[in-house]
Design a binder for this molecule. Structure first.
Ligand code: DC
Length: 218
């Protein structure tokens, strides 16, 4: 087994930003498991699967082969041979990924890929159930969170900087809805592992959060 650092937490807590910094510092690979769920969601959208049709989700997801590779140290998600990295960050994909990731068969499809990466490499892996379910024996576990207001704020600023039109209240409502779905599903819900440290980034800078986690992983 490689050295495994598991970072879980809700959407918008800064997991990927922090995980990338920690991975760089430690010279580990960064594994973004949300991107794998997003690739499957993209395949479901392309096949016109409805958000309430879990039977079709299972059927179509079984045709979606997801793998990852690294280009210049950046994770790329491959869906049936196509690099879909640039296509999985839309709101539509976020919504479908949040719904379809609750389907047990879809979680099972990705479990072995994630465990294999952690067996064969030193990894910083982020997601929702890494410390609780995928890598229960990870040497380091972090539950990274922030208030819904602060996470909505960050997302709002990011969209405004990109010149996109957006509404703060709508962003906040979407975040709360996603938290609820991710935390209340029956299979591998989002929750802090008993042996994870809790880091609340609401009033911390990126550098402070990265330093806290890097110090913990020494
Ligand atoms: O981290 P993210 O926003 O890219 O993840 C997209 C969706 O996938 C999110 O709604 C929750 C789900 N997910 C999950 O259920 N388990 C993981 N390990 C990672 C993501």
């Amino acid at each position: 087994m490689g050295i495994n650092i598991a970072i879980d937490g809700p959407a918008g807590a800064g997991k990927s930003t922090i995980a990338k910094l920690v991975a760089k510092e430690k010279n580990f690979i960064y594994v973004d498991t949300g991107a794998m769920y997003r690739a499957i969601a993209l395949y479901l959208i392309r096949n016109n699967v409805a958000l309430d049709d879990s039977e079709s989700m299972v059927k179509f997801a079984s045709q979606a082969e997801v793998s990852i590779k690294y280009v210049d140290g950046q994770q790329q998600v491959i869906l049936n041979g196509e690099n879909v990295n640039g296509l999985i960050r839309t709101e539509e994909v976020s919504k479908m990924a949040s719904v379809s990731s609750a389907v047990p068969e879809i979680r099972t499809m990705l479990l072995e890929l994630q465990r294999k990466l952690a067996r064969e490499n030193d990894v910083v892996m982020d997601g929702r159930d890494i410390g609780t379910n995928i890598l229960p024996n990870a040497q380091y576990k972090i539950f990274l969170t922030a208030s819904a207001e602060e996470r909505a704020n960050r997302r709002y600023k990011e969209l405004v900087e990109r010149g996109e039109k957006c509404d703060y209240e709508k962003i906040k409502a979407d975040i709360i809805e996603r938290d609820e779905r991710d935390s209340n599903r029956a299979t591998a819900p989002l929750k802090q592992a008993e042996d994870a440290i809790l880091v609340d980034s609401s009033n911390m800078t990126i550098d402070e959060v990265a330093k806290t986690i890097i110090d913990y992983c020494k």
